[in-house]
Design a protein around this ligand. Structure first.
Ligand SMILES: NC(=[NH2+])NCCC[C@H](N)C(=O)O
Ligand SMILES: [Mn+2]
Ligand SMILES: [Mn+2]
Length: 348
């Protein structure tokens, strides 16, 4: 059932539980601590990039999150040793002079250049055994973060990585299925290899060892999925927990099922789009959708993933302080809270 490498501690009764795969098995094999991020070593990358969509302002999020005390809290309260270059990267030197649409994608060269650079930044941190926290920026940056960690985990553990994507949206459009042409709605198509490119640019640079399997992708919080995306999810048997599933089972059971699907022997990259939260809690975001997660449900997801001990990286994306400005401080606060929970903050 579970394949084991020397990175994994075998532990008898793998894969049992109520629905076999579907519940979290505390006795299943786990990843050996020496292969996981070193305790409390944190690599931080601040990405001030908005080119994956059309609304300005999402590039200001990293500074807003940091100014609201996030970095100090990680150092002082959670006792992380921080590896941070003290800058919000705008990658201005990488911006092309002109950026005509490519297969209908907007700003394809800019997103390509930024994500390729980001991929190597994230890879460097992960390779040195650090947990990698990336503050976005729009969700297109996940092409960079996930490709970087996936490659590093293959090298360090010899294993494929899982991705938990918490979002109102599936972000798995191919350039052809996308209605908007916004690349923040496409990162998972390139990361899973469902969309490919012949040439290195824009996204042919994402090679096999930087990809994630559709079988190791799990969604939580979906409620605004495009028709073409529903087809992609169905045809590829992708595990997805929509708001309907959360209403039906409660977030506790949904987390058991989500983590049970992944298994205990797999490193996890958590990509958290703040628009997964209901606009009541996070109004300042580019594509808000009502009927979302409560703040506690969002924090609970992050807490549960932390508790697995297998979390190796976190993205926090799509906070846009210039939208719904009266709610910006609250949105930033929600983002800070999610990050703290994912990094091990506890209520007691
Ligand atoms: N990361 C996000 N907020 N993505 C929203 C995507 C919306 C829509 N599905 C699109 O392709 O444009
Ligand atoms: Mn979204
Ligand atoms: Mn998203």
């Amino acid at each position: 059932m579970h394949s084991t490498t020397d990175a994994v501690i075998p532990n008898g009764s793998a894969g049992s539980g109520i629905n076999g795969h579907d519940s979290y098995d505390m006795d299943a094999p786990t990843i050996q601590p020496k292969f996981l991020p070193k305790r409390n070593e944190l690599g931080l990358v601040a990405v001030g990039f908005s080119g994956g969509q059309c609304k300005p302002g999402v590039d200001a999020a990293p500074m807003a999150l940091i100014e609201s005390g996030l970095v100090n809290q990680l150092k002082d309260d959670l006792e992380y040793t921080l590896h941070y270059d003290n800058q919000v990267h705008a990658y201005s030197d990488l911006m092309p002079a002109s950026d005509p649409p490519h297969r209908g994608m907007k700003n394809a060269s800019a997103v390509s250049a930024v994500t390729q650079k980001l991929s190597s930044q994230v890879y460097e941190h992960a390779k040195h055994g650090r947990f990698v926290l990336t503050l976005g920026g729009d969700h297109s940056i996940a092409i960079g973060t996930i490709s970087g960690t996936a490659k590093a985990m293959r090298e360090r553990l010899g294993r494929d990585m899982a991705v938990i994507w918490v979002d109102a949206h599936a972000d798995i459009n191919t350039p052809e299925s996308s209605d908007s042409g916004n690349i923040h709605g496409m990162p998972l198509a390139f990361l899973t290899g469902l969309a490919t490119e012949e040439e290195d640019k824009p996204f042919g640079w994402v090679k096999e060892d930087q990809r994630v399997s559709v079988k190791k992708l799990v969604y939580i919080g979906l409620r605004d999925v495009d028709r073409g995306e529903k087809k992609i999810l169905r045809e590829n048997g992708i595990k997805a927990f929509s708001m309907h599933d959360i209403d039906r089972h409660g977030i506790g059971k949904v987390m058991d099922m989500a983590l049970g699907w992944i298994g205990r022997d797999t490193p996890i990259h958590l990509s958290f789009d703040i628009d997964a939260l209901d606009p009541m809690w996070a109004p300042s975001t580019g594509t808000a959708v009502r009927g979302g997660l409560t703040l506690r449900e969002g924090d609970f997801i992050a807490e549960c993933v932390h508790e697995t001990g297998s979390l190796v990286a976190l993205d926090l994306v799509e906070v846009n302080p210039s939208l719904e400005e009266q709610g910006a401080a609250e949105t930033v606060r929600a983002g800070v809270s999610i990050v703290r929970c994912a990094l091990g903050d506890t209520l007691l």
